[in-house]
Ligand binder design. Structure first.
Ligand code: ADP
Ligand code: MG
Length: 266
């Protein structure tokens, strides 16, 4: 069926998306009937318990996995086209830096791969590392960096070729509380500057609220969207906001939605 897209199609459109995996001769429905439009430049947090299909959702958006049902489009086109156009940047829980490359060379690697002009690579890498306060560490190897520093390198590596969509899968889960808060602020600063469309996966409620424009609360068995919460907090978000009643109220709403999910018999 031919469909006419409005002039302003969403950046990411999921329509009735389902994914089933074949495992040990059985089929597991990982996610079912996920419908969501993400606007250009929007910051979305996907919040849900382990196993509810958050990573699966990132995989179908980024063309690493084809949906079993429904469709996904990026700016009205296919996810495959978006991937070929290097529209996606990824950050995972593990920084996954190459241990034999310095911080600078780790950021440089994707630029080599996508064929970024050689003459501009060094300046680009330096500018990126500087933007997260790591100028002094560009010649350090991963084992010489703290967990938070490694994750900063991973973030700017994902931004190196200037992808328009940032997919982040529990990037701060392994960090201690203070480092995590610092990285959240670093990320928001980058996002304020560059306005990427962000899908940020987390199971941390206050992290989701602090970062996102909308928190998409997911349910499990099979994974789906339980509730979408518009985060009613001004931008820019600042550390002091974490102590405000408004923030605490938003966290309460999100927790309620999550708990309702936990009480649902499966
Ligand atoms: P989350 O990221 O929210 O923890 P996942 O997307 O990793 O959830 O997984 C969702 C569901 O799909 C889980 O039940 C998981 O066991 C299952 N699953 C994920 N990947 C595979 C796979 N490659 N093969 C079989 N089952 C999988
Ligand atoms: Mg996951």
């Amino acid at each position: 069926m031919a469909s006419v897209r409005p002039a302003t199609s969403p950046c990411i459109a999921l329509e009735g998306v389902g994914v089933s995996y074949a495992a040990r001769g059985a089929t597991v429905q990982a996610i079912a009937d996920v419908t969501l439009d993400v606007a250009e430049g929007e910051f979305i947090a996907l919040l849900g318990p382990t196993g509810c299909g958050k990573s699966t959702l990132l995989r179908v958006v980024s063309d690493l996995l084809a949906p079993s049902q429904g469709s996904v489009s990026i700016r009205g086109g296919s996810t495959a086209d978006a991937r070929r156009a290097n529209d996606f940047g990824f950050v995972f829980q593990e920084a996954a830096l190459l241990p034999w490359r310095t911080a600078l060379d780790n950021v440089n690697l994707p630029l080599e791969v996508v064929g970024y002009p050689a003459a501009e690579r060094l300046a680009r890498c330096r500018e990126l590392l500087q933007s997260v306060g790591l100028s002094k560490f560009e010649q350090h190897y991963p084992h010489e960096l703290s967990g938070g520093m490694k994750q900063r390198v991973a973030i700017v590596r994902a931004l190196a070729w200037n992808p328009s969509i940032l997919l982040m899968d529990e990037p701060f889960s392994a960090l201690d509380e203070l480092t995590k808060n610092q990285l959240q602020d670093d990320l928001l600063e980058i996002w304020n500057r560059e306005r990427k469309t962000v899908l940020f996966v987390t199971h941390n409620i206050s992290e989701a609220v602090y970062l996102a424009d909308r928190v998409v609360v997911m349910s499990a068995h099979p994974g789906g969207i339980k509730r979408v919460i518009d985060v009613d907090l001004p931008r820019p978000r600042t550390p002091g906001m974490r102590e405000t009643l408004a923030f605490i109220e938003q966290v309460r709403l999100a927790r309620e939605a999550l708990q309702a999910e936990h009480r649902t018999p499966s």
